[in-house]
Design a protein around this ligand. Structure first.
Ligand code: URA
Ligand code: CA
Length: 435
């Protein structure tokens, strides 16, 4: 077999068989196939597409290119994944909620990069909390209290790491089968048998267009199910930040406020939608109505809040934060950005809002940048709100005067005021419903 022939086959729009795909991936990770051939292959796949069989096989071969977590002794165990956004703190709400309803969650999360935040950075803003657990400790924590959220410990999906870096520099990222196989290979390797996906769409998302987000969701759900995992997805809005807090400690405080029943809103709505589908996939709930009743009970009784406290304790964190958020890191300077014109908030540039948090020090531009857990901002107006001259738009939390001004100038350009508006759809659709 020659890589040349596999490239030519895809260039000519023919279907690859399993052997072709395995030859490519296995050869590439062993560095027997050079980057220039891999690049040509990626461009051919980008232009001519991959069908379901090809995509599933590519996903499976990438998943088994490194270590695979064996979670079988945990029985039914769930994972959730968001394609990434701003103020997307659903993991910190969904995990304790479904755990409190008896569903185990073994979640391996990522760090923030670019304009999107990362669950691990948020959790590490809790004093003492660790996200680097060994596999044995991770498994026994899930067994004991039902949930754990950690960073990847093993060498998972090296093929995806190599290919993603190559796609990044060869203009081949934005391909639905390539994105789907990249994300799902990591989900398959993380070992859970239930996979709940939140595919974001809008100005702060990877897939700005809802139709493409829907296609990506359909493809990922098909891959998951064909690979023997119970998989479902929602397509949800990221045309504005999901919650009101942007920044690591601020987002943890918001999650605690949601779990304490102090605030509702879009963040809770999307969290409940994800959690409800997870309980259905696990057959813990018969249908959405049943699931919602269970989840609201866990919320109102504060059992979900206490479950979050148990997870914090188990991972070395100060559990008192769930009752007293003043124990979370706080920024030195709080300054408010006021409106200098009037109208109805029609649109936000959600990606730029995420970038503004990065300017304050809440995120990374490069993988090894150090973040400041305390900084960020609170959003005071959402799409559809009326804005009067002088109204508060953003409450900025910073530790550096110079950065405040820079971020405020940037934030000012992130919102559009006109004289008419309609609120965006929050949840565009579901893929794979429960009975
Ligand atoms: N996220 C991933 O993990 N892979 C992609 O290809 C795109 C987004
Ligand atoms: Ca993420």
């Amino acid at each position: 077999m020659r890589m040349y022939d596999i490239i030519a086959k895809k260039r000519d729009g023919k279907k690859l068989d399993n052997k072709d795909i395995a030859f490519f991936i296995n050869g590439y990770i062993k560095e027997q196939i050079p980057d220039y051939q891999a690049s040509a292959f990626l461009m051919a796949a980008f232009l001519n597409g991959l069908d379901d069989d090809e995509t599933v096989h590519l996903t499976k071969v990438m998943a088994s290119s490194g270590d695979m977590a064996d979670l079988r002794e945990l029985g039914t165990v769930a994972d959730k994944h968001s394609t990434g956004g701003v103020a997307d703190t659903t993991t910190l709400i969904v995990v304790p909620l479904v755990c409190a309803c008896g569903l185990k969650v073994a979640k391996m999360s990522g760090r923030g990069l670019g304009h999107t935040g990362g669950t691990l950075d948020k959790l590490e803003s809790i004093p003492g909390m660790s996200v680097s657990l060994e596999m044995n400790a991770f498994m026994s924590q899930v067994k004991r209290i039902g949930g754990a959220v950690i960073g990847q410990t093993m060498n998972m999906c090296p093929a995806d790491k190599m290919l993603y870096a190559l796609r990044d520099v060869t203009a081949t990222v934005e391909s639905i089968p390539l994105i789907a196989s990249s994300i799902m290979s990591k989900k398959l390797a993380s070992g859970s048998n239930i996979i709940m996906l939140d595919v974001k769409t809008g100005s702060g998302a990877f897939m700005t267009d809802p139709d493409n987000a829907q296609k990506l969701a359909n493809t990922m759900v098909r891959i998951g199910n064909m690979a023997g995992r119970k998989t479902a997805a929602i397509i949800s809005d990221m045309s504005q930040p999901l919650g009101l807090a942007v920044g690591n400690s601020l987002e943890v405080i918001e999650a605690i406020d949601v779990l304490s029943g102090r605030i509702q809103g879009d963040l809770l709505t999307v969290s409940l939608s994800l959690a409800s589908r997870m309980l259905c996939l696990a057959n813990i709930a018969k249908n959405d109505e049943d699931a919602n009743a269970m989840l609201l009970e866990a919320l109102h009784s504060k059992r979900a809040l206490h479950k979050f406290g148990e997870i914090i304790t188990a991972q070395g964190g100060n559990t008192n934060v769930i009752h007293d958020t003043s124990l979370m890191p706080h920024a030195r300077i709080i300054s408010t950005l006021h409106a200098k014109s009037e109208g109805i908030l029609t649109a936000t540039d959600c990606k730029r809002i995420g970038e503004a948090a990065g300017m304050l020090g809440a995120g990374r531009l490069k993988k090894d940048d150090i973040i400041d857990p305390a900084v960020g901002f609170i959003i005071k107006k959402r799409i559809g709100d009326t804005v009067k001259y002088g109204d508060e738009l953003f409450e900025v939390h910073a530790n550096d005067e110079n950065k405040i001004e820079e971020a405020m100038k940037y934030l000012e350009k992130c919102i559009t005021l006109t004289n008419s508006a309609k609120s965006p759809t929050l949840i565009y659709g579901l893929v794979s419903s429960c009975g």
